[in-house]
Design a protein around this ligand. Structure first.
Ligand code: IMP
Length: 472
Protein backbone atom coordinates (compact mmCIF):
# COMPACT_ATOMS: atom_id res chain seq x y z
CA UNK A 1 0.00 0.00 0.00
CA UNK A 2 1.28 3.49 -0.81
CA UNK A 3 2.01 5.47 2.35
CA UNK A 4 -0.42 8.38 2.57
CA UNK A 5 2.46 10.92 2.77
CA UNK A 6 3.24 10.36 -0.90
CA UNK A 7 -0.37 11.25 -1.75
CA UNK A 8 0.00 14.77 -0.41
CA UNK A 9 -1.80 17.37 -2.51
CA UNK A 10 -4.04 19.61 -0.40
CA UNK A 11 -3.59 20.96 3.12
CA UNK A 12 -5.53 21.98 6.20
CA UNK A 13 -5.32 25.13 8.31
CA UNK A 14 -6.95 25.47 11.69
CA UNK A 15 -8.74 28.51 13.07
CA UNK A 16 -9.45 28.59 16.80
CA UNK A 17 -10.50 31.02 19.51
CA UNK A 18 -7.68 31.76 21.96
CA UNK A 19 -9.66 33.08 24.91
CA UNK A 20 -13.09 32.21 26.39
CA UNK A 21 -15.22 32.10 23.24
CA UNK A 22 -17.04 34.82 21.33
CA UNK A 23 -13.82 36.28 19.89
CA UNK A 24 -15.48 36.84 16.51
CA UNK A 25 -14.15 33.68 14.85
CA UNK A 26 -17.00 33.41 12.34
CA UNK A 27 -16.36 36.77 10.71
CA UNK A 28 -12.69 35.81 10.21
CA UNK A 29 -13.73 32.44 8.72
CA UNK A 30 -16.09 34.35 6.46
CA UNK A 31 -13.24 36.64 5.45
CA UNK A 32 -10.71 33.85 4.82
CA UNK A 33 -13.05 31.28 3.26
CA UNK A 34 -12.31 32.40 -0.30
CA UNK A 35 -8.85 30.79 0.05
CA UNK A 36 -10.22 27.32 0.83
CA UNK A 37 -12.42 24.61 -0.73
CA UNK A 38 -13.86 23.12 2.46
CA UNK A 39 -14.78 24.68 5.80
CA UNK A 40 -15.05 22.01 8.47
CA UNK A 41 -16.26 21.88 12.06
CA UNK A 42 -14.56 19.39 14.40
CA UNK A 43 -16.05 19.95 17.84
CA UNK A 44 -19.09 21.13 19.76
CA UNK A 45 -22.65 21.49 18.56
CA UNK A 46 -25.53 23.89 18.95
CA UNK A 47 -23.74 25.55 21.91
CA UNK A 48 -21.69 27.55 19.39
CA UNK A 49 -23.10 30.87 18.22
CA UNK A 50 -21.32 32.04 15.09
CA UNK A 51 -22.63 35.32 13.70
CA UNK A 52 -21.90 36.43 10.16
CA UNK A 53 -23.34 39.19 8.00
CA UNK A 54 -24.67 39.20 4.46
CA UNK A 55 -23.33 41.75 1.98
CA UNK A 56 -26.46 43.78 2.72
CA UNK A 57 -25.61 43.78 6.43
CA UNK A 58 -28.22 41.20 7.54
CA UNK A 59 -26.95 39.26 10.55
CA UNK A 60 -27.17 35.44 10.50
CA UNK A 61 -26.48 33.41 13.62
CA UNK A 62 -25.25 29.89 12.88
CA UNK A 63 -24.94 27.17 15.48
CA UNK A 64 -24.07 23.93 13.74
CA UNK A 65 -23.42 24.75 10.08
CA UNK A 66 -19.88 25.98 9.25
CA UNK A 67 -19.66 29.74 8.70
CA UNK A 68 -18.87 29.94 4.96
CA UNK A 69 -22.51 29.58 3.80
CA UNK A 70 -22.33 32.57 1.45
CA UNK A 71 -19.57 31.06 -0.71
CA UNK A 72 -21.62 28.93 -3.10
CA UNK A 73 -18.77 26.65 -4.18
CA UNK A 74 -17.48 25.74 -0.72
CA UNK A 75 -18.19 22.41 0.93
CA UNK A 76 -19.37 22.68 4.53
CA UNK A 77 -18.30 19.66 6.55
CA UNK A 78 -19.37 18.68 10.07
CA UNK A 79 -16.90 16.16 11.48
CA UNK A 80 -17.29 13.14 13.73
CA UNK A 81 -16.09 15.13 16.76
CA UNK A 82 -19.27 17.21 16.69
CA UNK A 83 -22.54 16.44 18.43
CA UNK A 84 -25.67 17.04 16.39
CA UNK A 85 -28.97 18.45 17.58
CA UNK A 86 -31.17 17.12 14.77
CA UNK A 87 -34.20 19.35 15.34
CA UNK A 88 -32.15 22.53 15.64
CA UNK A 89 -30.13 21.54 12.57
CA UNK A 90 -33.28 21.02 10.49
CA UNK A 91 -34.44 24.52 11.51
CA UNK A 92 -31.04 26.02 10.79
CA UNK A 93 -30.95 24.46 7.31
CA UNK A 94 -34.42 25.89 6.64
CA UNK A 95 -33.33 29.35 7.87
CA UNK A 96 -30.20 29.36 5.70
CA UNK A 97 -32.08 28.14 2.62
CA UNK A 98 -34.65 30.91 3.11
CA UNK A 99 -31.77 33.34 2.58
CA UNK A 100 -31.39 31.86 -0.87
CA UNK A 101 -28.41 29.68 0.07
CA UNK A 102 -28.40 26.20 -1.43
CA UNK A 103 -26.94 23.59 0.92
CA UNK A 104 -27.69 20.52 -1.19
CA UNK A 105 -24.48 18.63 -2.04
CA UNK A 106 -22.54 21.21 -0.05
CA UNK A 107 -23.37 20.37 3.55
CA UNK A 108 -21.92 16.99 4.58
CA UNK A 109 -22.23 15.68 8.13
CA UNK A 110 -20.19 12.72 9.31
CA UNK A 111 -22.28 9.63 10.07
CA UNK A 112 -19.93 9.13 13.04
CA UNK A 113 -21.12 12.32 14.77
CA UNK A 114 -23.13 11.66 17.94
CA UNK A 115 -26.77 12.61 18.27
CA UNK A 116 -27.81 14.99 21.06
CA UNK A 117 -30.77 13.09 22.47
CA UNK A 118 -33.73 14.53 24.39
CA UNK A 119 -32.43 13.14 27.68
CA UNK A 120 -29.13 14.99 27.20
CA UNK A 121 -30.99 18.29 27.06
CA UNK A 122 -33.18 17.34 30.01
CA UNK A 123 -30.22 16.37 32.18
CA UNK A 124 -28.07 19.36 31.12
CA UNK A 125 -30.72 21.81 32.31
CA UNK A 126 -30.13 20.37 35.79
CA UNK A 127 -26.48 19.28 35.89
CA UNK A 128 -25.10 22.10 33.71
CA UNK A 129 -26.34 24.83 36.08
CA UNK A 130 -23.18 25.16 38.18
CA UNK A 131 -20.95 25.46 35.14
CA UNK A 132 -23.47 27.78 33.52
CA UNK A 133 -23.88 25.60 30.42
CA UNK A 134 -25.80 26.71 27.36
CA UNK A 135 -28.41 24.00 28.15
CA UNK A 136 -27.88 22.33 24.77
CA UNK A 137 -27.19 18.90 26.22
CA UNK A 138 -23.54 19.05 25.14
CA UNK A 139 -21.99 17.74 28.39
CA UNK A 140 -24.34 14.75 28.81
CA UNK A 141 -23.93 13.87 25.12
CA UNK A 142 -20.13 13.74 25.29
CA UNK A 143 -20.40 11.89 28.62
CA UNK A 144 -22.60 9.24 26.99
CA UNK A 145 -20.08 8.98 24.17
CA UNK A 146 -17.57 7.87 26.79
CA UNK A 147 -20.11 5.67 28.63
CA UNK A 148 -20.99 3.94 25.33
CA UNK A 149 -23.62 1.46 26.61
CA UNK A 150 -25.70 0.57 29.62
CA UNK A 151 -26.40 -3.13 29.43
CA UNK A 152 -27.63 -3.67 25.90
CA UNK A 153 -28.96 -0.14 25.54
CA UNK A 154 -26.78 2.22 23.50
CA UNK A 155 -26.11 5.49 25.30
CA UNK A 156 -24.10 6.96 22.44
CA UNK A 157 -26.18 6.98 19.28
CA UNK A 158 -24.61 8.27 16.10
CA UNK A 159 -26.19 9.53 12.90
CA UNK A 160 -25.03 6.37 11.13
CA UNK A 161 -26.97 4.22 13.62
CA UNK A 162 -30.17 6.08 12.78
CA UNK A 163 -29.51 5.64 9.07
CA UNK A 164 -28.95 1.93 9.65
CA UNK A 165 -32.12 1.24 11.61
CA UNK A 166 -34.41 4.15 12.44
CA UNK A 167 -37.04 2.11 14.23
CA UNK A 168 -34.58 0.40 16.55
CA UNK A 169 -32.57 3.48 17.46
CA UNK A 170 -35.48 5.90 17.92
CA UNK A 171 -36.91 3.31 20.33
CA UNK A 172 -33.51 3.24 22.04
CA UNK A 173 -33.52 7.07 22.27
CA UNK A 174 -36.99 6.94 23.84
CA UNK A 175 -35.81 4.40 26.42
CA UNK A 176 -32.78 6.54 27.21
CA UNK A 177 -35.14 9.43 27.92
CA UNK A 178 -37.45 7.41 30.15
CA UNK A 179 -34.56 5.87 32.11
CA UNK A 180 -32.67 9.17 32.53
CA UNK A 181 -35.82 10.96 33.74
CA UNK A 182 -36.29 8.18 36.32
CA UNK A 183 -32.66 8.16 37.40
CA UNK A 184 -32.36 11.92 37.82
CA UNK A 185 -35.96 12.28 39.09
CA UNK A 186 -36.77 14.81 36.38
CA UNK A 187 -40.10 15.55 34.73
CA UNK A 188 -40.24 15.20 30.99
CA UNK A 189 -42.86 15.94 28.37
CA UNK A 190 -44.47 13.01 26.55
CA UNK A 191 -41.55 10.87 25.24
CA UNK A 192 -43.66 9.60 22.28
CA UNK A 193 -44.24 13.15 21.03
CA UNK A 194 -40.60 14.07 21.48
CA UNK A 195 -39.45 11.05 19.47
CA UNK A 196 -42.02 11.79 16.77
CA UNK A 197 -40.70 15.33 16.38
CA UNK A 198 -37.12 14.10 16.36
CA UNK A 199 -37.89 11.51 13.73
CA UNK A 200 -39.60 14.08 11.43
CA UNK A 201 -36.58 16.36 11.75
CA UNK A 202 -34.29 13.42 10.99
CA UNK A 203 -36.07 12.93 7.67
CA UNK A 204 -35.17 16.50 6.76
CA UNK A 205 -31.44 16.15 7.49
CA UNK A 206 -30.91 12.58 6.23
CA UNK A 207 -29.67 13.63 2.80
CA UNK A 208 -26.83 15.63 4.37
CA UNK A 209 -25.33 12.67 6.24
CA UNK A 210 -22.06 11.47 4.76
CA UNK A 211 -21.54 7.72 5.01
CA UNK A 212 -18.04 7.68 3.53
CA UNK A 213 -15.86 7.93 6.64
CA UNK A 214 -12.90 8.94 4.43
CA UNK A 215 -14.87 11.73 2.71
CA UNK A 216 -12.64 14.61 3.80
CA UNK A 217 -9.43 12.61 3.53
CA UNK A 218 -10.15 11.71 -0.12
CA UNK A 219 -10.98 15.31 -1.02
CA UNK A 220 -7.70 16.56 0.47
CA UNK A 221 -5.70 13.78 -1.18
CA UNK A 222 -7.10 15.13 -4.47
CA UNK A 223 -5.93 18.64 -3.60
CA UNK A 224 -8.69 20.28 -1.54
CA UNK A 225 -7.72 23.03 0.90
CA UNK A 226 -9.46 22.82 4.24
CA UNK A 227 -10.07 25.40 6.94
CA UNK A 228 -11.03 23.83 10.25
CA UNK A 229 -13.35 26.15 12.16
CA UNK A 230 -13.07 25.72 15.92
CA UNK A 231 -16.07 26.21 18.20
CA UNK A 232 -15.70 27.54 21.75
CA UNK A 233 -12.07 28.30 22.62
CA UNK A 234 -8.82 27.29 24.26
CA UNK A 235 -9.85 28.26 27.79
CA UNK A 236 -13.05 26.20 27.39
CA UNK A 237 -11.16 23.03 26.38
CA UNK A 238 -12.24 20.01 28.43
CA UNK A 239 -8.62 19.27 29.44
CA UNK A 240 -6.51 22.38 28.90
CA UNK A 241 -9.10 25.02 29.81
CA UNK A 242 -10.25 26.26 33.21
CA UNK A 243 -11.72 22.90 34.24
CA UNK A 244 -14.48 22.33 35.38
CA UNK A 245 -15.81 25.64 33.99
CA UNK A 246 -15.41 24.52 30.40
CA UNK A 247 -17.31 22.87 27.59
CA UNK A 248 -17.13 19.09 27.10
CA UNK A 249 -15.26 18.86 23.82
CA UNK A 250 -11.64 19.39 22.92
CA UNK A 251 -11.35 22.84 21.43
CA UNK A 252 -7.59 23.05 20.87
CA UNK A 253 -5.87 22.92 17.47
CA UNK A 254 -4.60 19.30 17.43
CA UNK A 255 -8.16 18.05 17.98
CA UNK A 256 -9.14 19.39 14.56
CA UNK A 257 -7.64 16.34 12.91
CA UNK A 258 -9.37 13.87 15.26
CA UNK A 259 -12.82 15.44 15.23
CA UNK A 260 -12.44 16.67 11.65
CA UNK A 261 -11.59 13.27 10.15
CA UNK A 262 -8.28 14.03 8.43
CA UNK A 263 -4.78 12.63 8.73
CA UNK A 264 -2.25 14.95 10.43
CA UNK A 265 -0.03 14.74 7.35
CA UNK A 266 -2.03 17.62 5.93
CA UNK A 267 -1.43 20.18 8.68
CA UNK A 268 -0.18 23.53 7.44
CA UNK A 269 -0.78 26.26 10.06
CA UNK A 270 -2.94 27.58 12.90
CA UNK A 271 -4.70 30.91 12.99
CA UNK A 272 -5.73 32.14 16.44
CA UNK A 273 -8.44 34.69 17.18
CA UNK A 274 -8.44 36.96 20.23
CA UNK A 275 -10.24 40.15 21.16
CA UNK A 276 -8.75 43.28 22.65
CA UNK A 277 -11.46 43.60 25.30
CA UNK A 278 -12.03 40.09 26.56
CA UNK A 279 -15.25 38.44 27.69
CA UNK A 280 -16.42 35.26 29.35
CA UNK A 281 -19.86 33.75 29.94
CA UNK A 282 -20.56 31.35 32.74
CA UNK A 283 -18.58 30.73 35.93
CA UNK A 284 -14.87 30.23 36.28
CA UNK A 285 -11.57 32.07 36.73
CA UNK A 286 -11.00 35.15 34.59
CA UNK A 287 -7.77 36.80 35.76
CA UNK A 288 -8.26 40.12 33.96
CA UNK A 289 -11.96 40.60 34.77
CA UNK A 290 -12.79 44.28 35.23
CA UNK A 291 -14.57 44.42 38.56
CA UNK A 292 -13.19 41.01 39.67
CA UNK A 293 -15.30 38.70 41.83
CA UNK A 294 -18.07 41.31 42.16
CA UNK A 295 -18.54 41.33 38.40
CA UNK A 296 -18.59 37.52 38.23
CA UNK A 297 -21.22 37.29 40.96
CA UNK A 298 -23.32 40.05 39.42
CA UNK A 299 -23.28 38.52 35.94
CA UNK A 300 -24.05 35.03 37.21
CA UNK A 301 -26.78 36.17 39.63
CA UNK A 302 -28.42 38.12 36.85
CA UNK A 303 -28.07 35.39 34.28
CA UNK A 304 -31.55 36.08 33.03
CA UNK A 305 -31.12 39.81 32.62
CA UNK A 306 -31.13 41.17 29.14
CA UNK A 307 -29.23 43.91 27.39
CA UNK A 308 -32.39 45.95 27.79
CA UNK A 309 -32.28 45.54 31.54
CA UNK A 310 -28.88 47.18 31.87
CA UNK A 311 -29.79 49.91 29.44
CA UNK A 312 -33.36 50.45 30.60
CA UNK A 313 -32.18 50.63 34.16
CA UNK A 314 -30.66 53.77 32.70
CA UNK A 315 -27.17 53.08 33.86
CA UNK A 316 -25.42 56.20 32.77
CA UNK A 317 -22.67 54.88 30.56
CA UNK A 318 -20.77 58.19 30.45
CA UNK A 319 -20.75 58.35 34.26
CA UNK A 320 -19.95 54.68 34.70
CA UNK A 321 -17.01 54.75 32.31
CA UNK A 322 -15.45 57.64 34.24
CA UNK A 323 -16.03 55.97 37.61
CA UNK A 324 -13.30 55.04 40.06
CA UNK A 325 -15.03 51.70 40.56
CA UNK A 326 -13.86 48.92 38.21
CA UNK A 327 -17.20 47.15 38.58
CA UNK A 328 -18.97 50.15 37.03
CA UNK A 329 -16.32 50.51 34.31
CA UNK A 330 -16.97 46.84 33.48
CA UNK A 331 -20.71 47.44 33.08
CA UNK A 332 -20.08 50.46 30.85
CA UNK A 333 -17.67 48.49 28.65
CA UNK A 334 -20.20 45.63 28.38
CA UNK A 335 -22.90 48.03 27.21
CA UNK A 336 -20.56 49.85 24.81
CA UNK A 337 -19.23 46.64 23.30
CA UNK A 338 -22.56 44.78 23.28
CA UNK A 339 -21.18 41.82 25.21
CA UNK A 340 -24.37 39.79 25.67
CA UNK A 341 -24.92 36.16 24.64
CA UNK A 342 -26.03 35.79 20.99
CA UNK A 343 -28.91 33.48 21.86
CA UNK A 344 -29.37 33.72 25.62
CA UNK A 345 -28.61 37.47 25.98
CA UNK A 346 -26.66 36.58 29.11
CA UNK A 347 -24.39 39.44 30.19
CA UNK A 348 -20.79 38.51 29.45
CA UNK A 349 -18.14 39.27 32.03
CA UNK A 350 -15.60 41.67 30.50
CA UNK A 351 -11.87 41.87 31.03
CA UNK A 352 -8.67 43.65 30.03
CA UNK A 353 -6.49 42.15 27.32
CA UNK A 354 -4.56 39.42 29.17
CA UNK A 355 -1.26 38.78 27.40
CA UNK A 356 -0.13 36.04 29.80
CA UNK A 357 -3.24 33.98 29.02
CA UNK A 358 -2.84 34.81 25.32
CA UNK A 359 0.80 33.66 25.26
CA UNK A 360 -0.24 30.41 26.95
CA UNK A 361 -2.89 29.78 24.31
CA UNK A 362 -0.50 30.66 21.47
CA UNK A 363 2.24 28.32 22.76
CA UNK A 364 -0.14 25.46 23.52
CA UNK A 365 -1.61 25.53 20.03
CA UNK A 366 1.43 26.54 18.02
CA UNK A 367 -0.41 29.55 16.61
CA UNK A 368 1.29 31.00 13.50
CA UNK A 369 -1.04 33.92 12.75
CA UNK A 370 -2.90 36.07 15.25
CA UNK A 371 -6.06 38.10 14.62
CA UNK A 372 -7.18 40.64 17.23
CA UNK A 373 -10.82 41.73 17.04
CA UNK A 374 -12.59 44.66 18.70
CA UNK A 375 -9.55 46.97 18.50
CA UNK A 376 -11.89 49.91 17.78
CA UNK A 377 -13.22 49.66 21.33
CA UNK A 378 -9.83 50.33 22.89
CA UNK A 379 -10.51 54.06 22.50
CA UNK A 380 -13.09 53.75 25.33
CA UNK A 381 -10.22 53.39 27.81
CA UNK A 382 -9.27 57.02 27.16
CA UNK A 383 -12.44 57.97 29.07
CA UNK A 384 -11.62 55.77 32.05
CA UNK A 385 -9.40 56.37 35.07
CA UNK A 386 -6.72 54.32 33.24
CA UNK A 387 -6.54 56.93 30.43
CA UNK A 388 -4.20 54.53 28.56
CA UNK A 389 -4.79 50.89 27.49
CA UNK A 390 -4.42 48.50 30.43
CA UNK A 391 -2.89 45.08 29.66
CA UNK A 392 -2.21 42.13 31.94
CA UNK A 393 1.51 41.45 31.50
CA UNK A 394 2.35 39.13 34.34
CA UNK A 395 0.82 36.70 36.84
CA UNK A 396 1.96 36.31 40.42
CA UNK A 397 1.16 33.29 42.51
CA UNK A 398 2.14 33.39 46.20
CA UNK A 399 4.47 36.30 45.40
CA UNK A 400 6.24 34.37 42.59
CA UNK A 401 5.98 35.26 38.93
CA UNK A 402 4.51 32.56 36.67
CA UNK A 403 4.30 32.56 32.87
CA UNK A 404 1.55 29.96 32.45
CA UNK A 405 -2.09 29.33 33.26
CA UNK A 406 -2.34 27.24 36.45
CA UNK A 407 -3.66 23.70 36.11
CA UNK A 408 -6.33 24.08 38.79
CA UNK A 409 -9.14 26.60 38.73
CA UNK A 410 -8.84 27.14 42.50
CA UNK A 411 -5.20 28.11 41.95
CA UNK A 412 -6.11 30.30 38.98
CA UNK A 413 -8.52 32.27 41.18
CA UNK A 414 -5.55 33.07 43.48
CA UNK A 415 -3.40 34.55 40.73
CA UNK A 416 -2.68 38.28 41.02
CA UNK A 417 -2.60 39.98 37.64
CA UNK A 418 -0.08 42.76 37.06
CA UNK A 419 -1.28 45.50 34.78
CA UNK A 420 0.81 47.75 32.53
CA UNK A 421 -0.77 50.67 30.67
CA UNK A 422 0.22 51.44 27.10
CA UNK A 423 -0.38 54.64 25.15
CA UNK A 424 -3.91 54.65 23.69
CA UNK A 425 -6.04 56.78 21.35
CA UNK A 426 -9.29 58.67 21.78
CA UNK A 427 -11.01 58.68 18.41
CA UNK A 428 -13.05 56.39 16.18
CA UNK A 429 -10.94 54.05 14.06
CA UNK A 430 -13.82 51.94 12.72
CA UNK A 431 -13.62 53.47 9.23
CA UNK A 432 -9.90 52.90 8.79
CA UNK A 433 -8.97 50.04 6.43
CA UNK A 434 -5.17 50.34 6.16
CA UNK A 435 -2.74 49.38 8.90
CA UNK A 436 -0.49 52.39 8.38
CA UNK A 437 -3.48 54.73 8.84
CA UNK A 438 -4.10 53.45 12.37
CA UNK A 439 -2.99 55.58 15.31
CA UNK A 440 0.72 55.18 16.00
CA UNK A 441 -0.08 54.06 19.55
CA UNK A 442 -2.11 51.10 18.20
CA UNK A 443 0.60 50.14 15.72
CA UNK A 444 3.12 50.20 18.57
CA UNK A 445 0.77 48.12 20.68
CA UNK A 446 0.51 45.55 17.89
CA UNK A 447 4.32 45.36 17.78
CA UNK A 448 4.49 44.97 21.57
CA UNK A 449 1.95 42.11 21.46
CA UNK A 450 3.83 40.35 18.65
CA UNK A 451 7.04 40.50 20.67
CA UNK A 452 5.38 39.54 23.96
CA UNK A 453 3.59 36.52 22.49
CA UNK A 454 6.16 35.54 19.84
CA UNK A 455 3.52 35.45 17.11
CA UNK A 456 2.87 37.62 14.10
CA UNK A 457 -0.39 39.52 13.71
CA UNK A 458 -2.37 38.72 10.57
CA UNK A 459 -5.06 41.34 11.02
CA UNK A 460 -7.07 43.58 13.31
CA UNK A 461 -10.85 43.88 13.60
CA UNK A 462 -12.11 47.46 13.90
CA UNK A 463 -15.86 46.78 13.98
CA UNK A 464 -18.39 43.97 13.59
CA UNK A 465 -19.11 44.46 9.87
CA UNK A 466 -17.72 42.18 7.20
CA UNK A 467 -15.30 44.78 5.83
CA UNK A 468 -14.22 46.26 9.18
CA UNK A 469 -11.03 44.27 9.08
CA UNK A 470 -7.46 45.43 8.51
CA UNK A 471 -4.94 42.99 7.10
CA UNK A 472 -1.49 43.72 8.47
P1 IMP B 1 -21.79 23.93 27.31
O1 IMP B 1 -20.79 23.91 26.19
O2 IMP B 1 -23.15 24.30 26.88
O3 IMP B 1 -21.73 22.67 28.12
O4 IMP B 1 -21.33 25.08 28.33
C1 IMP B 1 -20.13 24.98 29.11
C2 IMP B 1 -19.45 26.33 29.27
O5 IMP B 1 -18.95 26.75 28.01
C3 IMP B 1 -20.38 27.44 29.75
O6 IMP B 1 -19.65 28.34 30.57
C4 IMP B 1 -20.78 28.13 28.46
O7 IMP B 1 -21.18 29.46 28.64
C5 IMP B 1 -19.47 28.03 27.67
N1 IMP B 1 -19.70 28.06 26.23
C6 IMP B 1 -20.17 27.07 25.45
N2 IMP B 1 -20.23 27.46 24.16
C7 IMP B 1 -19.77 28.72 24.13
C8 IMP B 1 -19.56 29.66 23.06
O8 IMP B 1 -19.80 29.41 21.87
N3 IMP B 1 -19.07 30.88 23.44
C9 IMP B 1 -18.75 31.18 24.73
N4 IMP B 1 -18.92 30.33 25.73
C10 IMP B 1 -19.42 29.11 25.44
Amino acid sequence: MTPSKTLKKGFADILIGLQYGDEGKARVVDFLAKNYDIIARFNGGANAGHTIETKEGVKVALNQIPSAIFYKDKILYVGSGCVVNIEKLAKEIEKVEKLGVNLKNRLRISCQASVVQPHHILVDAEIGKTVGSTKNGIGPCYADKAFRMYGKRLLNIRLGDLLEDEKKYFENIKNNLVEAAKFYKLKTENPETQIKNLSSAFNLIKEYIETDTLFLQKKVERGAKVLFEGAQSVMLDVTKGSVPYVTSSSTIAPSAFVGGDLSINYYRKTIGIAKAIMSRVGNGPFASEIGGKKSEEYCMANEGIKYNYEVEKKYNVSDFIKSNDDFKIGIALRILSGEYGTVTKRPRRVGMFDLVQLSYAIKLNGVNDLVINKCDLLNEYSRTKYKKIPLVVSYKLGGKKIDYVPGSSDTYYKVKSEVECKEGFNYDISKIRKFDRLPKSLRNLAKFIEEFCGCKILGLGVGPKRDQFIKK
